[in-house]
Write a protein that binds this ligand. Structure first.
Ligand code: A3P
Length: 323
């Protein structure tokens, strides 16, 4: 109920007030708080603490995990289209044609109470941006399946910079790229440091390969078809020979493509996403920008790119992971 949750939120606020704190600068008065090795804004952190305390994941739940701007929207669309292919045809009834992919599954970081109780009982999908080490116990102990997506840190940074520029609003000055880059490199952004986020899931995927599917955005772009098949197998609903003959794999690929999704009326809309409404005032169309690999080249100076690459090398050294 609301009174229990507001008591909890008072409790979380008190804990948060004791944590290391810094001015985020990505948008006006965004204070970041350091918790379990990562930085979070107040609202998100309250949601995370609440999920950590209350979320009761079912062993059959499948979690779509990512750092913001890694390709979450795409991965949500793909996983939804794969799992619901028997229920919804690829015609007008498919929810992906009338809803933002973020709105077809709960996002536990902000709404562990509300969304989960009203979720679609036939859809095992849930999503989070939490770092692996902060995931609620029930997810890890319940051995829930996890699909994680990440991308080249340089593209992620540029995507994040554009997205947060929109959050600053049209009248605010843009956040100078150079300063943003410095903050990004120091990990001072929501859910940062990015590298540690990726590493946490990477290490877990090596330790528990049967319950974690680790995907790079670049690989997914390169061969979406194979990944759709692999995702289906991983989620326990492989495409049958018959379905493959009917071209269903390609239908999923097409439906979830940047071209199709970004041109849907719903996704061009200036309306706010309902999934994000509690903490983000952002237009739906902000989730679809360019959808390209390597766009950083149009923005980063050679020096900024080298700085990011150097951190990537240092952090991922010996892990078997590279971009
Ligand atoms: P760019 O800003 O580089 O264009 P997230 O979904 O995690 O917020 O990540 C957003 C990034 O994914 C954006 O990258 C966005 O354009 C891209 N994206 C969104 N939908 C996509 C799709 N269907 N296919 C490929 N990329 C997509």
């Amino acid at each position: 109920g609301t009174s229990a949750s507001s008591t909890n939120h008072t409790k979380y606020k008190e804990i948060i007030s004791t944590l290391p704190r810094i001015e985020g600068r990505w948008r006006q008065s965004l204070q970041l708080h350091e918790y379990q090795g990562f930085w979070f804004g107040q609202n998100i952190l309250e949601g995370i603490m609440s999920a950590q305390e209350h979320l009761k994941a079912q062993p059959t739940d499948i979690f779509i995990c990512s750092h913001p701007k890694s390709g979450t929207t795409w991965l949500k669309a793909l996983s939804f289209a794969i799992l619901t292919r028997k229920r919804f045809s690829y015609s007008s009834t498919n929810p992906l044609l009338s809803e933002l992919p973020h709105d077809v599954m709960p996002f536990i970081d902000i709404s562990a109470f509300t969304d989960i109780t009203s979720r679609d009982p036939e859809l095992p999908l849930l999503s989070t941006h939490m770092p692996y080490t902060s995931l609620p116990k029930s997810i890890v102990e319940g051995k829930c399946k996890i699909i994680y997506i990440c991308r080249d840190p340089k593209d992620l940074f540029i995507s994040l910079w554009h997205f947060t520029s929109k959050l600053r609003g049209t009248r605010a000055e843009t956040f100078p790229l150079e300063e943003a880059c410095q903050k990004f490199c120091e990990g001072l952004h929501n859910y940062g440091p990015y590298w540690d986020h990726v590493l946490g899931y990477w290490k877990a995927s090596l330790q528990f390969p049967e319950r974690m599917l680790f995907i790079k955005y670049e690989d997914l772009q390169n061969d979406t078809f194979s990944y759709v098949k692999r995702m289906a197998e991983f989620m326990g609903c492989p495409f049958s020979m018959e379905e493959e003959r009917q071209g269903l794999v390609q239908k999923v690929v097409d439906l979830c493509s940047f071209e199709i999704l970004s041109n849907l009326e719903v996704n061009k809309s200036k309306k706010h996403s309902s999934a994000a409404r509690q903490y983000l005032k952002i237009e739906k169309r902000a989730f679809f920008r360019k959808g390209k690999v390597g766009d950083w080249e149009n923005y980063l100076t050679a020096e900024m790119a080298a700085t990011i690459d150097q951190i990537t090398e240092q952090k991922f050294c010996g892990s078997g992971l590279s971009f």
